[in-house]
Design a protein around this ligand. Structure first.
Ligand code: UDP
Length: 323
């Protein structure tokens, strides 16, 4: 098949591109390289089934042409990360809503299947766990920028369903804390890359809050598996949690990474305000209910956190420029 991946040079996008090529598909990656990186396409450079286009999903004519040339679209291009949400909410809102609008509109006109990547963030601070796909979303007030990312992605999901009603074949995946090689540490978010970099430099590993908050970290291969399963037309008009059910606290994560890297780093704790500024509300826990993904998609995540972390640490040892 001919497949278009928006955000194809990003962390998850580039792994998805690699897998689709291995499966024998012809793949076009479109990315504006704002957070994506051409190095992530290094290993597939020269593959006759691969093509890279530098561009944004706002460019209607470009997207129209690329949609015309493909059979299926994986729409992963997004403005994400806590850093952007805190520092540039306008960019987060416009980037996620306008870009998705362009992609969905073109796919709708041309009746092409879309798999849209959403996020477990959309469940917000709902304390009823685990999250089922039909769980309520519990978000804070609009006066707190922190919620704009979850809101924008939720609106994108509404757009998907609105187009689905008019005949667009679309499936949605909600990712739960995906990590692995190529996940990049930023000033605020991406706890696993941040902890790995600190541990390898023997610098303090900084836990925000009490460290009792938990996440279900999901290795990139499991995320790619779930995403590809959604390509099937029989999953149209459906949303799926893609993650693992294995919870780990942020303190346990810090200790595990310290252990696996044989690091001398101390583990230190700072309040959320110091990390994110005032008004940031963290999710205390985020756990997916995978019943639907298992039963309907046949999804079965298999990578243990220790194994995924070892592979990620190895990648950082080889690729990260420690200055
Ligand atoms: N976190 C931390 N130290 C860091 C970065 C993040 O303790 O250097 C915490 C963060 O407050 C959250 C968890 O790790 O509780 C996961 O953060 P991440 O940004 O990876 O993803 P989130 O689940 O918040 O979207």
């Amino acid at each position: 098949m001919k497949i278009l991946v928006t955000g194809g040079a990003g962390f998850i996008g580039s792994h998805l591109v690699d897998r689709l090529l291995k499966m024998g598909h012809e793949v076009t990656s479109v990315d504006n390289l704002s957070t994506g990186n051409m190095d992530f396409h290094k290993e597939i450079h020269g593959n006759p089934n691969f093509r890279f286009i530098q561009g944004t999903v706002f460019e209607k004519e470009l997207i129209k042409k690329l949609v015309d040339e493909c059979d299926v679209i994986f729409h992963l291009a997004a403005v994400l990360g806590v850093k952007n949400t805190v520092e540039n909410p306008l960019h987060v809102i416009q980037g996620n809503i306008e870009g998705t609008q362009v992609v969905l509109e073109q796919a709708y006109i041309q009746k092409k299947k879309v798999v849209f990547s959403s996020t477990s963030e959309i469940y917000g601070k709902n304390l009823e766990l685990p999250y089922r796909e039909d769980s309520s979303r519990v978000l804070g007030p609009t006066t707190t920028d922190r919620w704009c990312y979850a809101t924008a992605k939720a609106l994108d999901e509404h757009l998907c369903f609105a187009y689905a009603r008019k005949g667009l074949p679309v499936s949605i995946v909600r990712y739960f804390n995906i990590y692995g090689p190529r996940a990049i540490a930023t000033q605020y978010g991406g706890v696993i890359p941040r902890f790995i970099v600190s541990a390898l430099k023997n610098e303090p590993i900084t836990v925000y809050g009490t460290g009792e908050q938990t996440r279900c970290f999901t290795y990139k291969d499991d995320a790619v598996d779930g995403t590809i399963l959604c390509m099937d037309m029989k999953h149209n008009n459906q949303v799926f949690n893609i993650g693992t059910e294995h919870q780990i606290s942020i303190t346990q994560l810090a200790e595990l990474i310290k252990d696996l890297t044989n690091s001398q780093s101390p583990i230190i704790y700072i309040p959320y305000e110091e990390a994110y500024g005032l008004g940031y509300e963290d999710s205390p826990m985020r756990v997916p209910d995978l019943t639907k993904a298992r039963q309907v998609l046949g999804y079965s995540p298999s990578i243990k956190i220790e194994d995924g972390l070892k592979k990620t640490i190895n990648w950082y040892r080889k690729n990260y420029k420690f200055t």
